[in-house]
Design a binder for this molecule. Structure first.
Ligand code: FAD
Length: 407
């Protein structure tokens, strides 16, 4: 009995009219890249270095532009296809999966909110053609994960835009071909009156401020920098960030991150399963005492998969309508998904470790759970679950929980 990493069992999700993508093809290409990612995952983790080999393979498989519409040189993939790729990569190397997920969230913002702006469409063409990797900057100063608040403001003078920002955490900043960042609309604007700007590598300099020596997700290289950027005014997305955030940034981030964590949890369960099978074989078929923990891990993994599949179904249900994802019901479901998925992924990896006992606890065993555990501990704090729950309080009070289960 093997654990399938694919998150797409629903025929209705696969078979929507007008799809230009082939989900099986994406998964096969992701598996090819995951094989490389897995080979270097321990080294990437040990040295806290960018997973360069994995991203060479991801570029070779042309996965960085898969979300871009086919008329702009991409493949018009759906969110569900990206979710599958994130999970497939996550099983092999959590940092690779999270970098891929963060890049795709930025691409989704560009694709869905360009409003036909020629500079923005040109950028999408370039991303697909050159397989550009985009980094994300939302965390600023000591503001923590409050994505809906910016300190630094863009300065627009004629056809030019400039920004200086104390970005306390930008993953793979030194390895990206561009940076998509939030900023205050102008010097006089409120902190929540934000825009989203895309800068190319040649548009900005990075002055290092904080290093990245963490428990896990070490290969994301999420160091801090003062960003000094300048570009064309058209590099500011034409829609207000508030709309981009609700319609795209938060829903896509929560689905793609959850999928990456699901991949990590799946990797841990596979390893625990291999341990229990080997232990049973070597003791004449007698199961090791902690085998029940493997079953517990599998139960929480299946619950996690079901939560993401339900999140994808909610997403597909609402994404078609303009503004659909801003509906309170959709926002609540997708915010809760992030909280739930991060907790379930952590529970799963912890049970998988207990199934392996000392072999899982050791750093020097074939069944070590060290990397999975350290990586997955980032999930509840990557935009802190408590912050998300506190922000959801009003929606929880206002909306009656649904009763029907068939729709
Ligand atoms: C693996 C990983 C990758 C990430 N990649 C990116 C990325 O690419 N781009 C990006 O923008 N963000 C990134 N982040 C950051 C993430 O988006 C959140 O901003 C972050 O997890 C929130 O952390 P926090 O605990 O500091 O803040 P929160 O839990 O949101 O809040 C903590 C609160 O404590 C206070 N506080 C926090 N730090 C200090 C301090 N040093 N001094 C005084 N008060 C303080 C503040 O009041 C803050 O609001 C990443 C995080 C992780 C774990």
């Amino acid at each position: 009995m093997s654990v399938n990493v694919s998150l797409l069992p629903h025929r209705n999700l696969r078979a929507r009219a007008g799809e230009s993508s082939d989900a099986r093809d994406f998964v096969a290409r992701a598996e090819a890249a995951a094989a490389i990612a897995e080979r270097f995952a321990d080294e990437v983790d040990r040295d806290a270095r960018f997973p360069a080999e994995a991203f060479a393979a991801i570029r070779e498989q042309k996965l960085l532009g898969m979300l871009i519409p086919s008329e702009l040189g991409g493949e018009g993939a759906r969110a569900a296809d990206i979710a599958d790729v994130c999970a497939t990569l996550g099983r092999a190397c959590a940092s690779t999966a999270m970098i891929f997920a963060m890049h795709q969230v930025k691409v989704a913002c560009l694709v869905r909110h360009a409003r036909g702006n020629p500079w923005q469409l040109g950028l999408q063409r370039r991303i697909a053609e050159r397989q550009m990797l985009l980094a994300s900057s939302t965390t600023e100063g000591n503001n923590g994960g409050d994505v809906r608040s910016s300190e630094a403001a863009v300065r627009i003078a004629g056809a030019r835009v400039a920004l200086q920002r104390d970005a306390s955490c930008i993953s793979y900043a030194l390895h990206a071909d561009g940076l998509v960042t939030t900023a205050r609309r102008s010097d006089g604007a409120a902190s929540s009156d934000q825009v989203l700007v895309a800068f190319l590598r040649e548009d900005y300099s990075l002055e290092p401020t904080l290093s990245w020596d963490t428990l896990g997700m070490r290969g994301t290289c999420s160091a801090g920098f003062i960003v000094r950027a300048e570009g064309e005014a058209d590099q500011v997305l034409p829609e207000p960030y508030e709309r981009i955030h609700n319609q795209t940034m938060a829903p896509y981030a929560h689905i793609f991150w959850s999928s990456a964590w699901c991949g990590v949890a799946t990797g841990a369960v596979r390893r625990a399963r291999a341990f229990v099978r080997q232990a049973a074989r070597s003791s004449g078929g007698r199961m090791p005492p902690a085998a029940a923990q493997l079953t517990k891990a599998r139960v929480s993994l299946e619950t996690l998969r079901a939560a993401i599949q339900a999140g994808l179904a909610t997403f597909e249900h609402h994404a078609g309508d303009p503004g659909g994802l801003t509906a309170m019901e959709a926002q609540l479901a997708l915010n809760v998904l992030k909280v739930e998925a991060s907790e379930l992924a952590q529970t799963t990896v912890m049970s998988a470790m207990r199934a392996c006992g000392l072999s899982g606890y050791r750093n020097d065993s074939d069944f070590s759970m060290g990397r999975y555990l350290r990586d997955i501990l980032s999930a509840p704090i990557m935009i802190n679950n408590d912050r998300i729950l506190a922000n959801a309080e009003a929606a929880v009070l206002m909306s009656e929980p649904p009763l029907a289960l068939s729709r």
